[in-house]
Design a protein around this ligand. Structure first.
Ligand SMILES: [Fe+2]
Length: 310
């Protein structure tokens, strides 16, 4: 165990010096209304910066990123009232032939403006660039095979990225609806090696883990035993539902009981965990309601304080 997890000892000291925050929420327009009415309902806010602007693409001659005033007005209001962290969706770190310096610079500019405490993105890819320079976007996060070649490529991309963003960088474990044959490593082995090779931390999405465990038939607790939990800085919790025999990560409302059980497992064993973020999709808000959101936050806060204190 100690050999496999040796990477966590090399984690950045500045990151480990961050104070633990507690329970946060991922921003959407329904959350905006709830927070304006009660800013103290969460300990921190997570935002997807990509949703706050229109990106006219790498070919745009000028004004590539056009910010949405009503959204940035909310962010200007929130910063200073609560800690804010960034959760981007555009780095496409699993793409072998894709990089976007202007996008990274836009993220870095937002770090300077808003002082995000950390930055996360996903262990997947969405964009590819052909030899002729034509870009294609899958429109969704495509999973990666856990192979040594992929590990070296993603670790190299994260090492190149980290100096450009002035905060710790976290990678989120993916939800996957297919499995690759003959992979070199298990997912926990891949994540542990990525921490060692890139200096990143882990955003452990427990609903992604639950979804994968249920659809692919493995033991989520065994996954947690194999993962270097000292590298986990943030946890995501969410709800989902079953469609045509497949359990989906739809963020449709309340967290299922197995996700709460996983949170109880992780909290006492993740010494560098700074926050637990509840995610829901605002299209479900008319059904879920403010009471539903508050109930999930209250339950998460009670689990957090039982393990970490108020
Ligand atoms: Fe997530």
């Amino acid at each position: 165990m100690s050999g496999a997890f040796a990477g966590s000892r090399a984690l950045g000291s500045h990151a480990l010096g961050l104070r633990a925050l507690g329970v946060g929420i991922l921003y959407n327009e329904a959350v905006s209304t709830l927070l304006k009415a009660e800013p103290g309902m969460v300990d921190f806010l997570s935002i997807m910066p990509d949703l706050f602007w229109t990106d006219h693409g790498t070919g745009a001659e000028k004004n590539r990123f056009v910010e949405l005033d009503s959204w940035t007005e909310f962010l200007d209001w929130a910063v200073g009232r609560m800690p804010v962290v960034a959760h981007s969706i555009g780095l496409s770190l699993g793409s072998a032939a894709f990089d976007d310096d202007d996008y990274v610079e836009q993220l870095a500019d937002w770090h300077r403006r808003y002082g995000f405490l950390w930055h996360s993105d996903h262990l997947s890819f969405a964009q590819v660039r052909s030899a002729s320079g034509h870009e294609q976007h899958a429109g969704m996060a495509v999973p990666l095979p856990y192979d040594f070649e992929v590990l070296d490529m993603v670790a190299g991309r994260i090492r190149a990225l980290r100096p450009k963003l002035p905060s710790p960088f976290l990678i989120e474990n993916a939800v996957t609806y297919l499995r690759f044959a003959d992979e070199d490593m298990s997912e926990p082995e891949f994540l542990n090696a990525l921490v060692r090779q890139s200096g990143c931390f882990i955003l452990l999405d427990l609903h992604n883990l639950h979804t994968n465990a249920r659809n692919h038939g493995f033991d989520a607790l065994d996954f947690l035993r194999r993962l270097d939990l000292a590298a986990v800085m943030e946890v995501h919790i969410a709800g989902g539902g079953e469609i045509a025999g497949m359990y989906t990560d739809s963020h449709s409302g309340a967290c299922p009981e197995p996700v709460w059980a996983l949170l109880e497992e992780v909290l006492p064993r993740a010494p560098n965990l700074k926050g637990v973020t509840f995610e829901f999709h605002d299209s479900y808000f008319p059904v879920f309601g403010a009471a539903g959101v508050h109930a999930e936050l209250a339950r998460a806060k009670s689990i957090w304080s039982r393990h970490r204190g108020p």
